[in-house]
Design a protein around this ligand. Structure first.
Ligand code: B16
Ligand code: MG
Length: 209
């Protein structure tokens, strides 16, 4: 690898996966509204903001609801999702994740989180992962969601580096596109990235070492 100075990690799908919690929370809402929703559709929501996810779920029925109703739906989903997040513990994270983060830090790299999720602070606290990062950029400090590069550009700014000096690790097409649009080297992980925009693919974070 080139002489990188920093690594920006997407949270959900990279450092841990709360996919199933998202699924259960959206499913409860979709069932109540009589809208079909399954795990395959849930996969389309990776890295997508909460309100954009809601629009994907409502689909053709989007026009039936007012902006106020949509906000209430998103809040309802988030309350269910957060009740699942309360069950998170450090053991929920694969042991190789903190081990790898510590080794990367020890090698002098600056580390940041770049996540669309407004629940990032809660997730990092419950899993005890916050201490590995020099900075966190998340859904609370951005106005434009992935595939806009804002969340990663802010992360790079927070750790005092230029995008050309940083790697982004992502599990979703929207995040890989955001990284490339921001001028970052983009590494995909898992099997959900299919847009072919990634510079490199890994199967485990250990490969970053
Ligand atoms: P919230 P990431 C993303 O996290 C999730 O992949 C996506 O499913 C979710 O809709 C989005 O965060 C917003 O999350 O409702 O908690 O603000 O992959 O960017 O870390
Ligand atoms: Mg993700």
């Amino acid at each position: 690898m080139r002489d990188w100075k920093g690594i920006i990690f997407d949270l959900d799908g990279v450092l841990l996966s709360t996919d199933h919690f998202h699924y259960l929370a959206w499913k409860a809402l979709a069932d109540r509204l009589g809208i079909p929703f399954d795990e395959k559709k849930n996969d389309l929501l990776r890295g997508v903001s909460r309100m954009d996810s809601l629009e994907i779920i409502l689909g053709e029925r989007s026009d039936e609801f007012s902006p106020e109703e949509k906000l209430a739906f998103a809040t309802e989903k988030n309350l269910t999702y957060r009740s699942y997040l309360q069950t998170l513990t450090p053991e929920f994270v694969s042991p190789e994740v903190p081990e790898t983060l510590q080794k990367l830090r020890d090698s002098g790299l600056r580390l940041a989180v770049g996540s669309s999720s407004k629940n990032t602070p809660l997730i990092l606290e419950k899993t005890d992962l916050r201490k590995y990062f020099d900075a966190v950029s998340d859904g609370n400090n951005i106005t434009k969601s992935k595939p806009d590069p804002e969340v990663f550009l802010k992360a790079a700014q927070f750790i005092g580096l230029d995008p050309s000096e940083c790697v982004v690790v992502e599990d979703a097409d929207s995040g890989i596109e955001a990284a490339k649009r921001g001028g970052f080297y983009a590494i995909s992980i898992g099997d959900s990235v299919t847009n072919g925009l990634d510079d490199r693919h890994i199967n485990s974070l250990v490969e970053l070492l």
